[in-house]
Design a protein around this ligand. Sequence first.
Ligand code: B12
Ligand code: SF4
Ligand code: SF4
Length: 378
Amino acid sequence: MVERAAVVAAARAAGADAVRIAPALPLARTADALGAAFARGDLAAWPFDADYARRASDARSLLPGARSVVCIAVAYATPAARVGRGRGRVSNYAWSLDYHRRLRALLTTVAAEIDRLAGDVVTAVACDTAPLAERAFAERAGLGWIGKHTNLIAPGLGSFVFLGEVVTTLELAADAPLRKTCGSCRRCVDVCPTGALRGDYTIDANRCISDLTQRRGAIPRELRTAIGDWVWGCDLCQDVCPPTRRGRAGGAAFLPLDEQTRAPDLTALLRLRSGQFKRRYARTAIGWRGAAILRRNAAIALGNGLDRAHVPALATALASDPHPGVRGHAAWALGRIGSPRAFAQLGAARAGERDPWVRAEIDAALELRRPIEVFQAR
Ligand code: B12
Ligand code: SF4
Ligand code: SF4
């Protein structure tokens, strides 16, 4: 028989900052909550449906015969120095080596030890990409509570923690859920610049900057200003969260790879090509996307910087970036900066632009000139 204490000790030895165990029973409340979120369209950019809601709330869909879920948290926050002018902001979780690799190595070590103790293969591991409602199982295991920013907050660690699970067919003594909520606090809800958090522990992920900066395609115009200088992810709701501010920092392994990864120079990012992208980002959690998405995000952040010195870089992107998505957002950024030179560049680019969506973006940006001209004529 494998003792629970041996499993917990193995997880601790492998580097887990907190370990709790949930029974692998289907989570009926989670199936309902996920189903309701998908039906509302809260995660419209994701391929989640009613079938995913059912599977993600039942660990047996990952491992037939599963009886226990060993839930693990690893703290990752490292100090965020201020971001200077002309630089973009990258979320804390993405500026070090890819956490998927680290967590997978940790979980595989724990799973191998459980298999060794059991004398058989009795485990499967999950981190981020598996169809498993990780926060809900962590909540059921008493690893923490789900906050109004929708992240799991682990007592003493806060919410800047990665989650991972070892699902096993072994029956291990389970922990009880915590009886904690956020009470009357609403700091995360009030700070969110896009209004993504509703305050009832749900999120409209379509409005979340983390989702917007990772998604392909056009970012809705009405949300671009609120993105500010974020070029990958967003930490605002967790930065203000009291238990997270008091939480433990992550180890040295989570320090930024270098300054350009932590707070990229935006004009350099606007020129990023595929080869450079692979060299810099393949080892990070940004590596699953491509260079064009970062160039698009750099264009938005430069527009929000409102610095006329960046008009030439944006004009070059508008005239010559091979990706229409980047050209269109560069047009928006020029309109947002709104200097006479920016409008002149927009006018010049319009004649040569063949893509109808980019032309529409140029036209919308040129529209912004009208109130200024009217004002100047007075
Ligand atoms: C899709 C996804 C996203 C989407 C949607 C986020 C979201 N809130 O759902 C986007 C791209 C926006 C995103 C952003 C981020 N993500 Co993300 N994401 C995921 C992923 C792959 C699936 C989550 C999902 O199914 N969402 C759908 C919602 C409806 O379900 P849910 O969050 O699992 O559960 C909710 C409800 O079901 C309900 N619920 C269910 N059961 C119960 C039970 C009780 C008692 C209660 C009260 C509620 C409740 O409350 C939950 C929270 O709202 C998970 C990995 C995984 N497989 O779980 C990582 C994951 C949730 N992300 C993670 C991280 C780190 C982030 C970011 C912090 C990264 C960043 N800095 O940019 C942000 C946080 C933004 C935010 N405020 O949520 C971590 C969260 C760690 C933590 N401490 O909670 C995860 C677990 C990955 C990991 N293995 O570490 N993410
Ligand atoms: S990550 Fe940013 S945009 Fe998303 S909910 Fe939190 S504060 Fe709002
Ligand atoms: S900021 Fe306040 S309301 Fe939001 S998750 Fe943290 S404790 Fe809860």
